[in-house]
Design a protein around this ligand. Structure first.
Ligand code: NAP
Length: 328
């Protein structure tokens, strides 16, 4: 049986004022989809996500390891288990971090962004991506140049929409203004946001709300810290234990663990796992279109999607959570 998405079980939210809707939970391929990971596992997660209505997969040129191999993995799955489902999927990629040696393999130049997108399309075997992002601001390139490159990608039909990631509020305003002057649809900003990383509350979420641009938040589980994975120890198969993982073992301090244990108690009272509460917490903002999770196994994808069963928080719960984290 070919996989069929459960569209009724998923919540879809509009990207700002645009017509594009994303599932409230999206899946990113930063870790666990490289050529160091078993293809069968990666494929199983993508298929299960799709069945659950997670119709958005997020990539970047450099996801792996090795860099580029996550795009190759997705390309294989799109030719395999998800063959023929392209129109039911929103696929994004990005350029902005180091991808190949020399001055044209990093940053925000037109030269880098457009050649990187061509490479990404070849790796995924696609004619177009839905969203092409500039992955991070480049202080050495005028923002006009980077935005004109995104505009060009859209005009060439290689991307349907433009996006920006890791841009601070002021530069976000400028970037959106440039793209809108060109009539290029800019639908998403992708910032880091979680219970443990609240910077977007200092102006970015408000700015995106005012601009009518959607917001897909990455690492809403703080790379796995906001789950039951680290409550007692650092499991051998966890991101913090892996040599190529971006989470360091030292980040799991006794102080943090004590906070996580208390948060886990609050989640249990809500009838949720800690991961589910952390996802509901980022999605409580109207401006947040989607929570972009990673996963290392099918059961995690299922657990994350089930967060949508209890999205509401009482004022008392929010205050208790802030109290645990020393906020407010
Ligand atoms: N724009 C940017 O600059 C940027 C930067 C980073 C990420 N991103 C995007 O955001 C995506 C998500 O980032 P992320 O992987 O850091 O997200 P995350 O959701 O915060 O962390 C994912 C990790 O949490 C653990 N996990 C997930 N669900 C779980 C569950 N239900 N129960 C227990 N553990 C669970 C797994 O850890 P284990 O692997 O240890 O099992 C998983 O690998 C990336 O794939 C990428 O697409 C973008």
């Amino acid at each position: 049986m070919p996989p069929t998405p459960d569209y009724h079980g998923m919540t879809f939210r509009r990207c700002g004022d645009s017509g594009l809707r994303l599932p409230a939970i999206s899946l990113g391929l930063w870790h666990n989809f490289g050529n160091v990971d078993p293809l069968s596992e990666s494929e199983a997660m993508l298929v299960r996500a799709f069945e659950l209505g997670v119709t958005h997969f997020d990539l970047a040129n450099n996801y792996g390891p090795e860099p580029g191999s996550a795009e190759l993995t997705l390309g294989k799955v799109l030719k395999g288990a998800l063959r023929g489902r392209r129109d039911e999927l929103v696929i994004s990629t990005k350029a902005g971090y180091r991808m190949w040696p020399g001055p044209y393999g990093d940053g925000g130049s037109r030269k880098y962004l457009l050649s990187s997108l061509d490479q990404s399309l070849r790796r995924m075997g696609l004619e177009y991506v839905d969203v092409f992002y500039h992955h991070r601001p480049d202080p050495d390139t005028p923002v006009e140049e980077s935005m004109w490159a995104l505009d060009q990608a859209v005009r060439q039909g290689k991307a349907l929409y433009a996006g920006i990631s890791n841009y601070p509020p002021d530069l976000t305003r400028r970037a959106v203004e440039i793209l809108r002057e060109l009539r290029t649809p800019v639908v998403l900003h992708q910032p880091k946001y979680s219970l443990l990383h609240r910077e977007p509350e200092e102006g970015l979420l408000e700015t995106l709300g005012e601009l009518g641009v959607g917001c897909i938040v990455f690492s809403p589980l703080a790379q796995g810290l906001l789950t039951d994975r680290y409550l007692e120890a650092v499991p051998a198969d966890s991101r913090a234990a892996k040599a190529h993982g971006f989470l360091r073992r030292e980040e799991v301090t006794p102080e943090l663990r004590a906070q996580l244990v208390t948060l886990n108690g609050i989640a249990r009272e809500r009838g949720q796992s800690l991961a589910q509460m952390a996802l509901a917490w980022v999605l409580r903002h109207e401006t947040v279109t989607s929570a972009l999770v990673g996963s290392s196994r099918v059961s995690q994808v299922e657990d994350c999607v089930a967060a949508l069963r209890n999205p509401a928080f009482s004022a008392e719960e929010l205050a208790r959570i802030d109290g645990v984290l020393g906020e407010g």
